[in-house]
Design a protein around this ligand. Structure first.
Ligand code: ADP
Length: 438
């Protein structure tokens, strides 16, 4: 009928506006390369910050000893203990714990927060089992991952002293840099790390000479890890729809993180919700009244979207259940449920293909996208994040698109996945995309 036709028109328009043909993806990749150059040339030269990480030496795989790492998240933190066996020894042992941060500490003073963290650390360290062998030099340092806006190293060092812990903080790294380092431990050819989780970011190994804005001494290795902050990338080639513009305008950071808003887990479900709402309002897609829940921003989370997208049952019972449980929309017809899945597909496909284009941009920047005089260069991309880990339609599409972009005949794409669970044992993500340009 007329309503259905109108609804289909909205879906069709969304599909067209979200189109990411290969030509467009190559334009996006080229724009990424241009912005990378600009960001490396001068501070504030681009939307891409291209932050110098001061990490000029990545793990070799020969590391030996007992190490602790701390990952500070928004609502919880994790402590990881690993025993590395040195050359050919690999990962001898590992243990981790996850502790949630009491809400009152999140709004309190930083002293209270760090005292809490240090106390939990002390507890974890006290449980050091016999299988962990303490090297003669004592315990090795911590590396602290991601905590915004605080001098974490100073704060944590003070708190550890107050706890009587005799340890020192050896490095503070951003999570993408951490993923790069973790990947490098297992795969020497890791050159790029990409995180696709709630947000998205990428880091890669750059030649020190290719960083004009850096005036310090050149590192011995001749290399420097760059934290791109690629979520803030934007380009006129990005396929933005009215829904993206509206979501951006109503966001806490309008005009910022545009690439992230297209590709990361925080936003995919919300985009789908916005399209469904428009269909409800303008085509009475769910009947005469607009389902009230559908008006609630961010009510449709990406894990729920992904669950619907992956529903393989012939009558899409999972989609029906999600629609009922989350949006309080009952009695959906099979036809309606199919349209919902199609929308999930449109939004996830656009996101994953754009992420692949971003990766191509990085590979181009470091000259790893083509054959070099017949020599065989291998490049490994360390992938991490809950979105990439759990949303298999998304990650599959990303891999296929990368193969397509690199070209079958050029890359022969030995695209395979290797899990490096040890690096973030609390998730089984931290996958590596490996491909050989040969
Ligand atoms: P963060 O990025 O918050 O540090 P993670 O890397 O664990 O943490 O990613 C969590 C994000 O991954 C969630 O916010 C969500 O967007 C996404 N995610 C988690 N589970 C799924 C799932 N089953 N399907 C799709 N996306 C998921």
């Amino acid at each position: 009928d007329r309503r259905w036709a109108k609804a289909m028109e909205i879906v069709k328009e969304m599909q067209e506006k979200c189109g990411t043909p290969i030509g467009k993806l190559k334009q996006v990749a080229d724009a990424m390369v241009v912005e990378m150059h600009a960001g490396l040339a001068s501070e504030g030269g681009s939307k891409l910050k291209m932050l110098i990480s001061y990490v000029d030496n990545l793990p070799t795989g020969d590391e030996k000893g007992l190490f602790y790492a701390l990952d500070l998240g928004g609502t919880n933190f994790r402590v990881l203990r690993v025993q590395l066996g040195g050359k050919d020894g690999g990962l001898v042992n590992q243990e981790f714990t996850e502790v949630s941060i009491p809400p009152n500490l999140m709004i309190g003073t930083s002293d209270a927060l760090f005292d809490y963290i240090a106390a939990e650390l002390a507890r974890f360290i006290a449980q050091e089992g016999q299988e962990f062998e303490l090297p003669p030099g004592g315990r090795k340092g911590f590396s602290i991952d991601d905590a915004v806006g605080l001098d974490v190293v100073a704060e944590l060092t003070k708190a550890m002293k107050r706890q009587g812990l005799d340890m020192r903080v050896s490095a503070l790294v951003n999570d993408t840099v951490g993923t790069l380092a973790g990947g490098k431990y297992s795969y020497k050819d890791v050159a790029v790390a990409v995180i696709l989780g709630t947000g998205s970011n990428a880091a890669y190994v750059e030649s020190a000479q290719a960083i004009p804005k850096w005036h310090g001494d050149l590192p011995k290795s001749g290399e420097m890890v760059i934290n791109m902050e690629w979520g803030n990338f934007r380009s006129s080639h990005l396929p933005l729809t009215e829904y993206d513009h509206a979501m951006d305008n109503e966001s806490l950071n309008p005009g910022e993180q545009i690439f992230e808003k297209l590709i990361s887990g925080m936003y995919l479900g919300e985009i789908v919700r916005r399209v469904l709402l428009k269909m409800a309002e303008e085509a009475a897609f769910f009947g005469d009244i607009v389902p009230p829940k559908l008006k609630t921003p961010f009510i449709l989370r990406t894990p729920d979207m992904s669950a619907m997208h992956h529903d393989t049952s012939s009558d899409l019972i999972l989609v029906e259940k999600k629609m009922k449980d989350i949006l309080e929309i009952g009695n959906t017809s099979l036809q309606t449920r199919k349209v919902v899945v199609e929308l999930c597909n449109i939004v996830a496909t656009r996101g994953s293909r754009l992420a692949a284009a971003g990766i191509l941009g990085i590979l181009k920047k470091i000259g790893r996208d083509t054959v070099k005089d017949g020599d065989e260069q291998k490049t490994v991309i360390a992938m991490d994040g809950g979105l990439f880990e759990h949303y298999s339609e998304y990650s599959k599409c990303l891999e296929n698109t990368l193969t397509e972009l690199l070209g079958e005949e050029v890359s022969k794409n030995h695209l395979d996945r290797a899990c490096q669970r040890w690096f973030r044992p609390w998730s089984c993500s931290a996958c590596c995309l490996t491909f050989t340009v040969s």
